[in-house]
Write a protein that binds this ligand. Structure first.
Ligand code: HEM
Length: 210
């Protein structure tokens, strides 16, 4: 069996896991099992799930470059889209149950609390990426343009880690771990791109001197 058909279960398995995680959260909300501040707990759980999915989608290319693994590339789009839907739910929970759909209060909160402003910018930047995540969008935009646009995901992941960092008051270990994974992945990509460009230059010089 070809590796691609052997790995066909990966994306449906991730979607199923995501649905189960949301169902479990919904069940705990319905059964009043989320403690004294259920909205804050649900917000935090969705925020963390979104960040994990976002960072997972970013690990695909560095894993291929360092370990030669190709299977994470097959689930990168699924993880990215699920991250977007989770952030959307995170935001809707904030907008509705937390802020009572009071747009003026939300705008005031964005102006007052930097961590909310940073999260909001990350959400806005995610929209064009989710919008252009289909194969048709790649064809429409052409691959180089699409690729340049989708590099935004690194900025989004840094903003998301910063949002988390600014939100926690005491122990910053967790947000720093996410930020480090994002930055290490970025450094690996940059290094690989430089090696590739150097090899290309050497080939051009080599063929010119023949
Ligand atoms: C890419 C976008 C975003 C990501 C990845 C994200 C992620 C997170 C994470 C990881 C947390 C903390 C979880 C914890 O402490 O365990 C959090 C908390 C929070 N986020 Fe976001 N977030 C994003 C966007 C937003 C947006 C757009 C808003 C609202 C405008 C928002 C509002 C909040 C609030 C209010 C909390 C704190 C909840 C509380 O403790 O009361 N986030 N988010």
């Amino acid at each position: 069996m070809a590796p691609s058909s052997r790995q066909a279960f990966l994306a449906p398995a991730i979607v199923t896991g995501w649905c189960l995680a949301l169902a479990q959260l919904g069940y705990r909300i319905a059964r009043h099992q989320l403690g004294a501040n259920p909205i804050a707990t649900a917000l935090n759980q969705l925020g963390l799930l979104a960040l994990v999915l976002l960072v997972a989608s970013l690990c695909a290319t560095p894993l291929k470059l360092t370990l030669g693994w190709t299977w994470p590339l097959r689930v990168r789009r699924t993880c990215g889209l699920l991250a977007f839907f989770t952030v959307l739910l995170h935001f809707l929970l904030y907008l509705g149950p937390d802020q009572g759909f009071d747009i003026v209060a939300v705008l005031g909160d964005i102006g007052k609390r930097p961590f909310i402003a940073v999260g909001f910018i990350a959400l806005l930047l995610l929209v064009p990426l989710a919008w252009t995540s289909s194969k048709q969008a790649v064809q429409r935009l052409t691959f180089p343009v699409w690729q340049r646009l989708h590099r935004l995901v690194y900025a989004i992941a840094v903003l998301a880690s910063l949002h988390f960092y600014l939100r926690v008051k005491a122990d910053h270990t967790q947000p720093l771990i996410y930020a480090s994974v994002v930055l290490i992945g970025f450094a690996i990509r940059l290094f690989a791109a430089r090696v590739k460009a150097k090899a290309k230059r050497a080939r051009v010089v080599g063929s010119a001197s023949l």
